[in-house]
Design a binder for this molecule. Structure first.
Ligand code: ATR
Length: 272
């Protein structure tokens, strides 16, 4: 049976096995997908061992995404520009690295009928999560993407790497005076119950707000967005399933249906 893994540390609570086994069932693929807890200094060895055992591919999560990039023999553009790899494919001794996070976000936005073409996007954060979604977002032909970060110098450094005049950088306090069609929270603030302090005036009655973080409750950012009258607020559960679907397609050449899996995950989150 074809073997897949997700490498990470910690990894116990990963939902990837559930998601990929569900995809395998609905697409009638015979495969096995398991978590693999990797020692902090043992990533390269763990991947080598898995390849020797005949592993076909793997997902990579915190804190190994940069190391996964470093060990890849071939890289997609989106992985190179993200500076991180979350999907490895093993092909005749070659390690091929890709990054499906940004495409997972784009697919989830489109699934929610969010228009990206000709839209003004505000992307909050300039860390790994933000960096990973810039190229796939640009590919949707937005009018502009403003990257606002608490530390403005990081946002400025980030846009320099892309060399695209649709990208602009600013600090949170400079977000007033413009309204956005889509605001995406790619900071890790939600993980500690915090709210990025952007201007209330960025949200209009037709603004869609998206938080890459998901949980049982709405994040502070999504609660704030609702209180500002955003037309739609969306959490990151669909991005999680979306990135898995793109990985599955890379490995198996099939696009799995995501809707049911998203609903099942929402249910299980609500019961936690
Ligand atoms: P990730 O891989 O999740 O992006 P990261 O690379 O450590 O993690 O980046 C974290 C991002 O969240 C950064 O943009 C950080 O802002 P700074 O560059 O100013 O540190 C942002 N962030 C974290 N906590 C935040 C908070 N409480 N308010 C606003 N932004 C926050």
């Amino acid at each position: 049976m074809d073997q897949y893994r997700v490498f990470g540390n910690p990894i116990k609570h990963s939902r990837s096995p559930f998601i990929h086994q569900s995809f395998a069932q609905t697409t009638k693929q015979v495969l096995n997908y398991e978590t693999s807890l990797v020692e902090l200094d043992g990533f390269t060895e763990a991947v080598k061992q898995f390849i020797c055992q005949g592993g076909k591919g793997a997902n990579v999560t915190v804190p190994f995404k940069e190391q996964a990039l470093a060990i890849s023999h071939e890289l997609s553009d989106r992985a190179r520009l993200a500076g991180a790899v979350n999907t490895l494919s093993f092909n005749n001794g070659k390690i091929i690295g890709d990054n499906t996070d940004g495409e997972g976000l784009v697919q989830d936005l489109l699934r929610n009928n969010v228009q990206l073409e000709n839209s003004r996007i505000l992307l909050l954060g300039a860390g790994g999560a933000a960096k990973g979604v810039i190229l796939p977002l640009l590919a949707q032909n937005p009018t502009s993407i403003v990257i606002a970060n608490r530390t403005v110098s990081k946002a400025e450094a980030l846009i320099e790497q892309f060399n695209d005049n649709r990208l602009k950088a600013c600090g949170f306090e400079q977000t007033s005076g413009a309204i956005y069609d889509v605001i995406i929270n790619a900071t890790s603030a939600s993980l500690s119950g915090k709210l990025p302090t952007i201007a209330d005036s960025t949200v209009s009655k037709s603004t869609v707000c998206y938080d890459m973080v998901y949980g049982k409750e709405f994040t502070p950012f999504l609660n704030w967005a609702k209180s500002q009258g955003a037309i739609k607020v969306i959490d990151g559960i669909g991005m999680l399933v979306g990135q898995a679907a793109v990985s599955f397609n890379i490995w198996r050449g099939l696009k799995p249906e995501v809707e049911t899996v998203i609903e099942q995950l929402k249910l299980s989150l609500a019961q936690e």
